[in-house]
Design a protein around this ligand. Structure first.
Ligand code: OAD
Length: 226
C-alpha cells in the first residue's frame, strides 16, 4: 500500500512554531511581499534574512512533538512518502526517514547567483560568499512565492501510485500542495484530512479527523500499522 502524507504548519504548532494563517500566524505579523518573495530579497536582503534567521533560531530551539514521532514511526515501518511544506527539521529530528521538503529547508543556504546549495545551521547574511562561485549572494533555501516547489517529479509519481493520501495540519490555501488531494483521489487513493478544525477545503476528503495533531496523528498511525 503506497501512502502519501502531506504535512503543513499545524504539525509543528504544538512544538511552539507559529503557523501562517491562524489568528496569531506569521502572515498576520509580516507581509508576504516584504519577506517571502524574490523581489523582497532583491529589495531588502537584510530584512528577509532577519525574518528567516528568527525562524531558524525558533526551529532549533523547538522539540518534535508526538505527531512528528508518530510519522517517523510510520516512515520506518510502511511504504510512505512523507512530503512536508514545513521548513523546520522536526520530522528528521524525530527520526523520520527521507522527508521531502517541497518548500525548502531553513537549515540550508543557496547561492542566489549560481544556485549552489550548502548546509547552514546558524544565522545567514547576504554578504556570505558562496563556497562554489565566491559571489556574496547567500539566501535561505526556501521556496518563495512565485518560485517552483522542490521535488515535484517525485511527488507527482508518489501521488499517482498512492492508495492512501493524508493531509495533516495544512490549510489547503497554497498550490500546488492544495491540489494534491485532487491528483491522489483521481488516481484512486482514499483521502483523509487531519486538522485542528474541519477545513472542508475539498469534498474529495472522505474522512476528517478533527483535533490537535499530537493526539490525532499517533492514533491514526496506530490504526494503519495495526
Ligand atoms: P497554514 O498556517 O496556512 O495552516 C495551518 C493549518 O494547521 C490550519 O489549517 C490549522 O487549522 C491547522 N492547525 C493549527 N494547529 C494545529 C494542530 N495543533 N493540529 C492540527 N492542525 C493544526 O499553514 P500551511 O498550510 O502549512 O509556504 O501553509 C502552507 C504554506 O503557506 C507554507 O508552507 C508557507 C505558507 O506561505 C511558504 O512560505 C512557501
Amino acid at each position: 500500500m503506497g501512502i502519501v502524507v502531506l504535512t503543513g504548519a499545524g504539525l509543528s504548532a504544538e512544538s511552539g512554531l507559529a503557523t501562517f494563517r491562524d489568528g496569531d500566524g506569521l502572515w498576520e505579523r509580516h507581509a508576504v511581499e516584504d519577506v517571502a518573495t524574490p523581489a523582497a530579497f532583491r529589495r531588502d536582503p537584510a530584512l528577509v534574512h532577519r525574518f528567516y534567521n528568527a525562524r531558524r533560531r525558533q526551529a532549533a530551539g523547538a522539540q518534535p512533538n508526538a505527531a512528528h514521532a508518530a510519522l517517523a514511526r510510520l516512515s520506518n515501518r510502511a511504504d510512505v512518502t512523507l512530503i512536508t511544506q514545513n521548513v523546520d527539521d522536526l520530522l528528521e529530528r524525530a527520526g523520520a526517514r527521507d522527508v521531502v521538503h517541497m518548500h525548502g529547508a531553513l537549515n540550508r543556504a543557496i547561492c542566489a547567483a549560481c544556485g549552489h546549495g550548502w548546509p547552514a545551521s546558524g544565522d545567514m547574511a547576504a554578504s556570505e560568499p558562496c563556497p562554489a562561485c565566491g559571489t556574496p549572494a547567500c539566501r535561505p533555501d526556501i521556496v518563495w512565492f512565485g518560485e517552483m516547489p522542490q521535488h515535484m517529479d517525485r511527488i507527482m509519481q508518489a501521488l499517482a501510485d498512492a492508495t492512501l493520501f493524508a493531509a495533516i495540519g495544512t490549510s489547503g490555501q497554497v498550490y500546488p500542495a492544495a491540489g494534491f488531494v485532487e491528483i491522489a483521489s483521481g488516481c484512486g487513493a482514499a483521502c483523509v484530512e487531519l486538522n485542528l478544525d474541519p477545513q472542508r477545503t475539498s469534498p474529495l476528503f472522505e474522512r476528517h479527523i478533527v483535533g490537535p495533531a499530537s493526539q490525532t496523528v499517533p492514533a491514526w498511525v496506530d490504526e494503519i500499522l495495526g
